[in-house]
Design a protein around this ligand. Structure first.
Ligand SMILES: [Zn+2]
Length: 419
């Protein structure tokens, strides 16, 4: 198996070197003008000093990036592009959505001929993170490693299992929760916004090459979480979103264990002192810490109605599609557990915020809160009223209910009232 992986790596590397990389540019004449001002051109590099640090044998280094001034927002919706990660792979893209969140500009494209697939670019200043993803398909991740330098990652949809430590504390971890419980309000319609403060460690800055590149990645992940909320048809109906107040590098060195990082975060120690008070000062409800460690995964405390939890940790290797770890950990903060089989505690929390996803079935898939991943992970939270391939993505079975959408509808008014 190891030999196969190495062979595949070498084949891909030679292929990338041979054809000279990746191009992303508008594909029709109508957008020809944009091609002059909005062009990404990447050429794969043969070797690099960083190769010894590669953790994924399919990860390829790319360089020679040129990025000029982007076109006005108004010219983007409906624009067509092509994405060519390799000489034998070209995808036609149709720009479907443009978001501006703080300093970030997020462009989402439909991948033509691949229903349910998308291509996203998050731009913060000169820094861009991009990703193409489709359920059950190979995806591509493009990350900044330094100004003018990118790395492209070919992603298997069924990589190693996502490890996540979801904990339900027996007592409040922050005195401020006592105050918070008194200002919870009932849900129903309207706009429900949970404000989010994201910190990232020095290791994350090193991994992405700069604070700006890390921020562009973080905005991309939060945008993916918001798409998951929108896909979930949360009840009561309304607009549900995580509003990223700020992505800020904190002077913190990863502990090497994301659960230890979470403990340091919650207890405001080991270099994370001040993160809570700063988050409060900018009106954030939830706090998430990004770290870069040899393992993938994340950790979060799970809220209950009387004990709201604000802290989560995610590793960069798990934050995005196909794992949707950022959304996963925020889901824990909002009261969600893993699937029934992996969350026996659920049985004692039927009156709380607990929820769970559906277990693998036929067709085999799961929602993003699942602890299992034998099939595609859908970009949504479980809801028995939403279907995938004709099968409900949830359950109304009273013995094993899976309705995270309803649980989020119940918890969001509380979580959004923390600030
Ligand atoms: Zn989890």
């Amino acid at each position: 198996m190891k030999t196969m992986c190495i062979t595949r790596f070498i084949t891909q590397r030679l292929l990338a070197v041979g054809i000279g990389g990746l191009l992303l540019y508008p594909s029709n004449l109508h957008q020809a003008a944009c091609a002059q001002v909005f062009k990404y051109e990447l050429v794969a590099d043969e070797t690099s000093p960083e190769d010894a640090q590669l953790e994924d044998e399919s990860e390829l280094r790319a360089r020679h990036v040129r990025l000029n001034s982007p076109p006005p927002d108004a010219s983007l919706p409906g624009a067509r592009w092509t994405f060519s990660p390799f000489s034998n792979r070209t995808f036609d893209l149709l720009v479907s959505r443009l978001e501006r969140v703080g300093p970030a500009r997020i462009i989402t494209c439909e991948v033509q001929g691949n229903p349910g697939s998308w291509f996203m670019i998050s731009q913060v200043g000169d820094y861009i993170t991009a990703q193409m993803h489709g359920p059950g398909e190979v995806g591509y991740f493009l990350r900044h490693t330094a100004l003018g330098d990118y790395r492209i990652v070919e992603q298997s949809p069924h990589k190693a299992k996502f490890e996540c430590a979801a904990q339900t504390p027996s007592a409040p971890r922050q005195p401020s929760f006592q105050r918070l419980r008194q200002i919870g309000k009932s849900g129903g319609g309207g706009s429900h916004i949970v404000k989010l403060m994201v910190y990232f460690s020095w290791n994350v800055t090193y991994y992405y090459g700069s604070d700006g590149a890390a921020a562009s990645a973080i905005y991309l992940a939060v945008s993916q979480a918001n798409s998951a909320l929108a896909n979930s048809a949360i009840t009561p109906s309304g607009s549900y979103s995580f509003d990223l107040v700020q992505a800020l590098r904190w002077s913190y060195n990863d502990s090497g264990n994301y659960f230890t990082d979470l403990e340091n975060f919650v207890n405001q120690q080991a270099g994370l002192q001040g993160t809570l008070s700063y988050a409060d000062s900018v009106g954030a409800d939830l706090l998430q810490l990004w770290v870069k460690q040899p393992v993938t995964g994340g950790a979060a405390y799970v809220s209950t109605p009387g004990n709201l939890q604000r802290f989560s940790v995610i590793t960069v290797g798990s934050a995005f599609a196909p794992r949707f770890g950022t959304a996963h950990e925020l889901g824990h903060n909002c009261g969600l557990h893993h699937n029934y089989e992996d969350s026996p505690k659920w049985q004692t929390g039927a009156n709380g915020f607990y929820s769970l996803d559906m277990s693998p079935n036929n067709p085999d898939f799961s929602d993003l809160m699942s602890g299992r991943s034998s099939g595609p992970i859908l970009q949504l939270f479980s809801n028995p009223n939403v279907t995938y391939l004709g099968v409900p993505v949830g359950s109304t079975d009273p013995a094993k209910p899976a309705n995270a959408a309803a649980a989020l509808g119940a918890s969001f008014p509380f979580m959004s009232a923390i600030r």
